[in-house]
Every structure is written in C-alpha cells, then in structure tokens.
Design a protein around this ligand. Structure first.
Ligand code: PMV
Length: 337
C-alpha cells in the first residue's frame, strides 16, 4: 500500500550571514534570515512496500529521475537513519520541484532540505509540539542554512550569549516583529547564472585558520543581537546598515582567505552602487544583500514597490539577465496530494 505526504518549504535569504562551520553543520557564528514566499520546493514523499535490504530510494526532480540528487539524499538518509526508523520497513520515492530556476542565488538546498525533513518527519509519525524545531534540526544536518527555512518571517540560528532559546543545532523563529517589517520585498537580480567557481562548502572550509575569522564571528554575533532588537522595536536605518555590512563582510572573507577568490562581477558592483545612490536620493530604506554568488538581492518595504520597480526597470535592465520578485513569507505548508 502506498502513502503520500506533500510539503512545501520556502528558501530564505540571510541578513546576517553564516560563513564558517565546525563538523556536523555546527555554525561558527549565529545568523539571521528572512523567510521567502515565492521561492520554494515542493516534495511529495511516497512510501511503499520494501523489497530489498538497505534504504530503498527513488528520486525524481521535475518529473525525471535525478541520480545526483538521489545520491545526496541517500547519503543523508544513511547518516541519519536513526531518526527515520520507518526506512527499515518502507521504500520511499521522492518527487521534488522548485518554483525557481537553478543557479539564481536562491538557496535551493535550503528549501529542498526543509521540505525533505518535513516530509520525513511526517512519515515517521512525529507529532510532538516541537515538530518544526525537530524539522529544523534535521534540515540542518542536510544543509546548514536550510534550518532557517522552517519558520515564518525571520529566523535565528546559532547560540547567542544571553539568548537561552537560541541553539547551534536548530533555528528558532525571531518572534515579535515590528510593523515596519511586515511587508519586506526581495527583488533578486540575476547578474550571472553560470555555476559558481567555488562552492559554499569549500568557502566555509576556507574560514578555518582565516586571519580575520575570530573578528568576523564576533561581528556576526553582535549583528544578530542588534538585529533582534531592530526587528522587535523597529529601526530602519540600522536594519539597512547591518544588512549591507553583512553582505560586504561575507565577500570580504572570500577575498581575504588563504586561497582568495572573487564571486562578484562588474554587474554586482554596478547594482550595489545604484542601490546606494537611489537610497540617498529617494530616502527610501532600500538595501542590497548577497549570497555566496554574484546575484544581488534588493530588500525594501512593500509600500515602495511601485517606485522601486520603476528604478529597477530604469537602471538595472542593462545589467541583469532577469529579476525574480519575492517577499517575506509565512513558512512551510503541508499540502494535499
Ligand atoms: O548552508 P550553506 O552551507 O549552503 O551556506 C550558506 C552560506 C550563505 O548563503 C553564504 C550565508 C547564509 O547564511 O545563508
């Protein structure tokens, strides 16, 4: 008999960046993200009767068997089998789709491991009150930043001194959000969609023994502390400043590591400068952030969407391949099959 479970999990964009880790995806510093809405992964998990020994897994992406994803998930399942005892008696088939294209600076491993952990946890019959926390814990084991995708609005991941609820093992919802932050938008400018020269995993490793590592970890933790207050009490100027400092600090780490490298492109720098100038002239609290890639996330309040779209149309068209519009989201959803 086959049973189907379907979950949708969004991606997230880090406002305070996670860069550097210890074994088992334990972060070297705390990070804080905004949950997205339109950029998500849908997973249908079908369990069936098992015919062979070992884990029986089929993986389909966009309706076609995908061996690369199957291998990655198989390793994850083998390493974490103790959390999913039903794999001893059931086979599984995963059908996954993304709402967004590949290599766009939208973290697909975040939404994918978020959706996967929700589906596996549901299939395990887990119904405790800490369901989302446990899903966040399991998502982290697959891809660190994925653990922040399980919550609405903003999520914090990593132990912060003085914050008893925070943890290195899972993310938590930031909680009270000031009305100034209810409706933030993320326009993702695709400057370059070719595959990255240096993967995030390799980038994290380069923080080991990095000359600036300890100061960077201190800066990120301090930014998380401040961001928590900013989100609770409202302070647009600080919000914008921290976000931009974080984006530049992340790329500064790449540029100053032992094996230094650059992921930003000329189009990235042009977009950053245009946003800074536009903010100065318009007085709109708009800012940029970057992931580990050249694409630029433009973050701004929804009430200015009209004027920001006109600015993007006017000044970015020549620089970018396309723009994906997203906004702050309400977290994962269980769907009917
Ligand atoms: O979760 P990973 O290992 O793909 O690392 C993500 C790193 C950044 O996207 C650059 C920052 C972050 O906090 O999401």
């Amino acid at each position: 008999m086959a049973d189907k479970i379907r979950w949708r999990c969004p991606s997230n964009i880090a406002l305070v960046k996670y860069w550097g880790k210890r074994p088992n995806q334990i972060p070297a510093n705390a990070s804080l993200s905004m949950t997205l809405e339109n950029s998500f992964t849908d997973i249908i998990l079908t369990t069936g009767e098992k015919k062979k020994h070992g884990i029986e897994l089929e993986y389909f992406f966009d309706g076609r068997p995908n061996e690369k994803f199957r291998q990655r998930v198989l390793i994850y399942l083998e390493e974490n089998r103790r959390y999913f005892p039903f794999l001893n008696t059931r086979s599984i088939r995963i059908d996954s789709t993304n709402s967004f294209p590949h290599s766009t600076g939208i973290a697909s491993s975040a939404s994918a491991f978020g959706a996967l952990s929700l589906a596996l946890l549901t299939a395990s019959g887990y119904t405790k009150a800490d369901f989302y926390r446990q899903a966040s814990f399991l998502a982290r084991l697959g891809s660190g930043s994925a653990c922040r995708s399980l919550f609405p609005d903003f999520a914090l991941w990593g132990k912060l001194p003085g914050n008893a609820k925070s943890s290195d093992e899972y993310a938590i919802a930031v909680g009270t959000v000031h009305p100034d932050f209810y409706d933030w938008q993320d326009a993702i400018l695709i400057v370059d969609d070719s595959p990255k020269k240096v993967s995030s995993s390799a980038g994290h490793l380069l923080m080991e023994g990095h000359f600036f590592a300890e100061s960077r970890y201190r800066q990120a933790n301090q930014h998380c502390q401040r961001m928590l207050d900013v989100i609770k009490y409202g302070d647009l100027e600080q919000f914008v400043t921290i976000i931009e400092q974080e984006a530049l600090a992340l790329h500064a780490m790449m540029m100053t590591s032992e094996n230094y490298y650059l992921l930003i492109k000329p189009g990235t720098v042009l977009a950053i400068e245009a946003v800074m100038n536009f903010r100065k002239e318009s007085k709109i609290p708009i800012c940029f952030t970057l992931d580990a890639g050249p694409n630029v996330h433009i973050i701004y309040p929804g009430q200015y969407s009209g004027v920001v779209h006109a600015f993007l149309e006017d000044q970015m068209k020549a620089e970018v391949k396309r723009i994906i519009f997203d906004h702050i989201g309400k977290g994962p959803k269980k769907l009917t099959c």
